[in-house]
Each structure stands twice: as C-alpha cells, then as structure tokens.
Design a protein around this ligand. Structure first.
Ligand code: UGA
Length: 438
C-alpha cells in the first residue's frame, strides 16, 4: 500500500520505517526540515535500539521516502496521523494544535478513496471532531482511530509485533468497512501472526490508549505507595512485588518501585485523561489518577531528601554523582525524567552535580547547562560525596562496587531503581540505601 505518515517524531518515524519494512511504500512527512533531511540520509534523530538498521534497510529498498511537501501525499491510500500531543503549557490537558494542523495540511491533497488513520494519543472526542473537520471541508475520506502502544527502547518490535491492534471505526457502515479493509491490508503480516484485533467506535479506541497508560502508571504508583509503607516499617518492597506478582491476576510487570515514572507519555497522559474527565463532568471517576501523580512526584522529592540527609543536612559545597538522566534505560529521552528532576533539584540547592548517561549526555548538556557532564560512571563519581543511581542502564547495574569505591570521596550510594545487590555493595564498604528496601 502507499501510506503517508504525518509527523516523524518518535512515533511517526518508527511507524514509517516499520511499515516500509513489511513491504509498504511509505512517505514520511514533517514540517521540521532538519529532521526530514536527517531521516532521508539514514540518521536517526533519537536513540532507539534497532531503529538505525531498519531505517537504512528501508531507505535502501526504495520503499521509504521523507519530505516536507504534503502535496506528495496525494497518491497515498492511507494517511496516518502520528504528530505529538504534548501537555499544554499552562494547563493539564493535551495540546491538539499539531493534530489539527496535520488534518488541515492534508485536506487539499486528500483523495475520497483514501483513508485517514489517527495514531496520536488524543483526548476522547478528538476523532469525532476531526471527522467533522473533514466533512466540513467537503472531504469524504473515512477516518479511523488506531492507537499505538509502543514503548521507547522496544519501539520497532512493539510496532511490528504488537500485543493487539485496536480499530476505532466510524459509525457509517460503508465508511467503517472501507477503513477496516485498509487497516487489515496494512497490518496483513500482523494478522497472519494472529495478533488479536479489538474493534470499537472512536471514543472506545481513544479511551483504550489512555486507559492502558493510566493503568500502567497506577501500577507503578501503587507499588511506590507500598514502598513508602515499607520505609516506615522495615519491609522489603521488592519481595512484596515478587510475591504479589506471582498471582497471575496481578502479574510481575510494572511493579518495580523506585523514583517513579517519567517520559513523554505516562505523566502527560494521566493529566490529560483527568482534564478531559473534568470537561465531561466526570471528574470523580478519575480522581485516583491525581493520587497516582502525587505518589509519583513524591518519590522524586523523597530521593532529594534522602540525599540531603546522606550529606549531613546540606548540599552546599558537596559533590554528587548522578548515574543516569534518561527517563529509562536504552533511551536518550529526558522528557519528565525523574533522574533529571532530581539532579537539577540537588544542583539548585547548592551541590556540585556531575551527571553521566550512556545516551543522553548531549541532551542534558543542551537542556541543563548548569549540570556538569562526565563520560562514564567512574569519571562522574571521581571524588563524590554521594552517588545516586537514577536510570537503570545495564552498565550501571554491572558496576563493580570495589572499583568504584576507589574513586569516590565517600562511599555512599542511593540506588533509586533498586537494581544493585545491597550485600555486595555493603561488603565493599559502601553505605547503601535503596527505595522501600531495608
Ligand atoms: C509507555 C507505555 O508503556 C507504552 O505502552 C505506550 O505506548 C507509551 O507510553 C506511549 O504512550 O507512547 P514509555 O513511555 O516508552 O511507554 O515507557 P515505559 O516503559 O512505560 O516506562 C515509563 C516510566 O515508568 C519509566 O520512567 C520507567 O522507569 C518507569 N517504570 C516502569 C517504573 O518506575 N517501574 C516499573 O515497574 C516500570
């Protein structure tokens, strides 16, 4: 199929490359000329394992092109909206400017036979309003909502081998049939692999996405709330997570206590979900998400307090090494990163903070010029009064406590992700603290 992908950010670039890799002819569109030039030359705009290889293979195959000219989308049978929906600057709701702009830019080039698909994460009701926008402009193309569930770090795999496909179809039966036929053709290899397909209306499909992220966020904040109780009682949250996770109604995933969730999705999605519920007059239904957000924010501040106490009550003149800046390992994304929040807070209170991250150093340097950057953990920890492990990169998990002790000023480790072996670190002479573990 000929597919245009509108918006070549994380979601769109991965989607365009993945669709080309399964045989479709894909045009990636974006208003950012630099990003388009980079992608066209096979340069990945972000750190994502496996992405570079599929990008260059798809470009070499001749099935993948990138452009800033929407007119080139005219021949496509499907147009997929993948633009960002960030949190509004002055409110909790999602900013839909880019989604509306994508539809408006597409309109002059839209063929009646083509189908418009939405993959961006949007507040419930957005698809219906976009359908109105299309109709008001005289376009007869069907619109379907087809949310994505990819995780950074596994983005290509999640796109090509999803747990499920969700189709939010229009009410009109003929339009729904046309949209479904296009979706089925686009995802033929996934359907052959017996990927479950869940079909609903627009509102259902939109809510599937935000409900999934809200549930994941709730799971993390739940275990972090339990960690708070563990800290007051001497219980071990990781043993509790293991034990409750063995109940297959609960499951072991997303029960890692620590400094909480960040990234471009979970924090903004739960806030947008609450904001939308408020607009719909069902504020109370999602009141629990406010607590999910509160627990999450508390964990970051808790680490700042732990660090202050570890340093004898004041940050002034103290040297603190921060291992990790990305919101999670295998990513250079620092959006809403708890690690970067903690590093900045501690620096703001007078400590001399040195950050190191295997992928995000450049980004940190650009975004937080006040933070010193080191090449690796040993350079960051050189002479440190305190070391904080805040993103669980493999290279940090494998650190040798004996060797690291040689370079620090004071061997004090706060493990914000509960990934180090307490016994090994204590044996090597460290004061070791973690999150919700004795
Ligand atoms: C999340 C969802 O997992 C994806 O399914 C969804 O498609 C995506 O958002 C999106 O909406 O686009 P992602 O933001 O890549 O994916 O990150 P996650 O793997 O969900 O991790 C989010 C945060 O939770 C990270 O900061 C991670 O460190 C933290 N986390 C995760 C925990 O603190 N504990 C856990 O047990 C798991």
């Amino acid at each position: 199929m000929r597919i245009s992908v509108i918006g070549c950010g994380y979601l769109g670039a991965v989607y365009a490359v993945s669709m080309a890799s399964i045989g479709h002819e894909v045009l990636g569109l974006d208003v950012d000329r630099r990003r388009i030039d980079d992608l066209a030359q096979g340069v990945a705009p972000f750190h994502e394992p496996g992405f570079d290889r599929v990008l260059s293979e798809s470009l070499d195959s001749g099935r993948l092109r990138f452009s800033t000219d929407y007119a080139e989308a005219a021949r496509c049978e499907a147009h997929v909206i993948c633009v960002g929906t960030p949190q509004q600057i002055d409110a909790a709701g999602a900013d839909l400017t880019f989604v509306r702009a994508a539809v408006d830019s597409l309109l002059p080039h839209l063929d009646d036979d083509a189908v418009v698909l939405g993959r961006s994460t949007v507040p419930v009701g957005t698809a219906a309003s976009l359908q109105e926008r299309l109709r008001a402009a005289g376009a007869r193309s069907p619109l379907a909502w087809n949310p994505e569930f990819l995780r950074e770090g596994f983005a290509v795999k999640d796109t090509l081998h999803p747990d499920r496909l969700v189709y939010g179809l229009p009410e009109d039966p003929a339009q729904a049939a046309r949209a479904r036929a296009v979706l089925d053709e686009m995802y033929a290899p996934m359907l052959e692999a017996e990927t479950p397909v869940v079909v609903g209306n627009y509102a259902t499909a939109e809510l599937v996405k935000v409900s999934a992220n809200a549930f994941l966020a709730t799971k993390i904040s739940f275990i972090n709330a339990v960690a708070e109780v563990c800290e007051a009682t001497g219980a071990d949250v990781s043993v509790i997570a293991e034990a409750i996770g063995l109940d297959d109604r609960i499951g072991p995933k997303f029960l890692r206590a620590g400094i909480g969730f960040g990234g471009g999705c979970l924090p903004k999605d739960i806030r947008a979900f609450m904001a939308r519920a408020g607009e719909l007059g069902v504020t109370e239904a999602l009141g629990l998400l406010r607590e999910v957000d509160n627990v999450n924010n508390r964990r970051r501040d808790h680490v700042v307090n732990m660090a202050r106490k570890a340093l004898g009550g004041s940050f002034t003149g103290k040297r603190v090494a921060v291992l990790g800046a990305a919101f999670k390992p295998d990513s250079d994304d620092t959006r809403q990163s708890p690690a970067l929040y903690i590093a900045s807070k501690i620096s703001g209170r007078g400590a001399d903070v040195v950050v190191t991250d295997p992928a995000a150093n450049q980004r940190v340097h650009a975004e937080r010029p006040n933070l010193a950057i080191a090449e690796d953990a040993f350079a960051a920890a050189d002479g440190a009064d305190l070391v904080l492990l805040l993103t669980e990169w493999a290279q940090f998990k494998e650190l040798d406590p004996v060797a690291l002790r040689e370079v620090v000023g004071t061997p004090h480790m706060i493990d914000g992700r509960n990934v180090l072996d307490p016994a090994a670190w204590r044996e090597a002479g460290w004061t070791y603290q973690s999150m919700g573990r004795p």
